[in-house]
Design a protein around this ligand. Structure first.
Ligand SMILES: [Zn+2]
Length: 425
């Protein structure tokens, strides 16, 4: 019953983009500089997680569905009371219970036959956690060194089929950021085949491998209506995307509290409830996504409630101003620091998708309150954000022009075709 409507929504939020851009690397920060005057050659032992690669043995493991980490460590020769201690101590920094099923972790051993001296888990590509298992049990969260490179891309909309987007590689994340950056000037719901864009963005590298996209610094989008620009501006007081005249280009509220999700149940005052089997108004919008998917605050605000109830499960309510509040239900986990009175920014993660409370499957029930009444947020016209004040304009224009000059060096796909750099369509 829900299939048809969810497909329609997917198509409208996701635009298939075949990126014909060749990524030209330039301007890498944090590249180590070598002073050649006093160069002393020295070979340092290669290390992994701080252990010398030649002196230690590294084993990668994944848990079976019927196996716990405790079982595995016991099998590997760690005493049961040490495992209990690890469980307790890890809770303060990064609990071993937070390990994701099917995500590998590493056991470090002094030799292949000995019990592990250390357990290492990488929750994301920029961080690893060391659980020291010998002598005293300790837990350390370590941020990897990364390099930020500025990159550029240009692309063209080939079709509007969501399915086709899966293959585009660069796809989702950066396109999502571009949509955010240009939200107020480009209608992405009606993107057409042949629309073109170009971007300057940051990307983080660890050991020469790309791990994460950073901010978009500048974006241009060209369609029948002409060309639209968005540039990133940041100083002590301001941070965000602005058009060429310093008007904010992001909307006051994000369209959805999740990325790449699908609407599984719309706002509907006369809905037939699937569990209770009777007509109960659905005063929210449900977004289906796997357990653990990040949930973001749709706007700046202050956390009003972090709670649990039988129907809502774990939920967060945020007050944005005197008019608007939002609420996020059935969460699996709250993010650290999300408690009553905490300030949150638009796009800040507040928790993870779950199915706590009355829920048939993992999803967020997103509720939007206006003057104390629940409304369909997809039908609201929100007020624009404040423009930059007069006192900022001189500095804004200076930064804007630097970015525009760099953007001018990036050709659109049709310009590349004209120069014979890429094949005709
Ligand atoms: Zn709901």
């Amino acid at each position: 019953m829900k299939k048809k409507e969810s497909l329609a929504i997917n198509i409208s939020i996701c635009i298939c983009l075949i990126l014909s851009g060749i990524f030209l690397f330039n301007r890498c920060n944090n590249v180590p500089q070598i002073n050649t005057n006093n160069l002393v050659s020295m070979i340092l032992p290669e290390k992994k997680y701080g252990f010398e690669k030649d002196s230690f043995h590294f084993e990668t493991h994944k848990l079976n569905s019927n196996q716990t980490l405790g079982d595995l460590l016991l099998y590997e020769g760690i005493a049961w009371d040490s495992i209990l201690k690890l469980d307790k101590i890890s809770n303060e920094k990064y609990s071993i219970r937070r390990f994701r099923a099917r995500k590998p972790f590493t056991l470090v051993k002094k030799d292949s036959c000995s019990a592990p001296c250390c357990l290492v888990y990488e929750p994301n590509k920029l961080t690893y956690i060391k659980y020291q298992l010998d002598d005293e049990i300790t837990v350390n969260i370590i941020k990897k060194n990364f390099e930020v490179c500025e990159e550029q891309a240009s692309g063209e909309i080939e079709s509007s089929l969501w399915m086709a987007m899966k293959g585009s590689g660069l796809g989702y994340e950066i396109i999502d950021k571009m949509e955010d950056a240009l939200a107020s000037s480009v209608d992405f719901y009606h993107a057409q085949k042949g629309d073109q864009f170009k971007l300057i963005f940051e990307r983080k590298y660890v050991d020469g491998k790309p791990v994460e996209f950073g901010e978009i610094l500048a974006a241009a989008y060209k369609n029948e209506m002409g060309e639209q620009y968005s540039v990133y501006y940041e100083n002590e007081n301001y941070e965000g995307f602005y058009d060429l005249l310093g008007q904010p280009t992001k909307k006051t509220f994000l369209r959805a509290p999740l990325k790449y999700s699908r609407i599984s149940s719309k706002f509907n005052p006369r809905r037939f409830h699937p569990i209770k089997k009777r007509t109960i108004p659905h005063l929210g919008t449900d977004y289906a996504a796997p357990i653990g998917t990040p949930i973001y605050s749709v706007a700046d605000g202050i956390v009003e409630t972090v709670g649990y109830s039988k129907n809502n499960g774990k939920y967060v309510k945020i007050r944005h101003d005197d008019i608007y509040k939002t609420q996020y239900l059935h969460m699996h986990r709250f993010s650290t620091g999300i408690k009553k009175g905490a300030r949150v920014k638009q796009g800040q993660q507040i928790g993870e998708v779950g199915k706590t409370g009355l829920a048939t499957g993992p999803h967020v029930c997103f509720r939007f309150w206006k003057h104390g009444r629940q409304v369909n947020h997809l039908r609201e016209n929100f007020p624009p954000k404040d423009p930059l004040p007069e006192s900022e304009m001189e500095e804004f224009f200076r930064q804007r022009d630097i970015l525009l000059n760099r953007l001018a060096e990036v050709p659109y796909p049709d310009e590349k075709r004209k120069k014979g750099l890429i094949a005709e369509r």
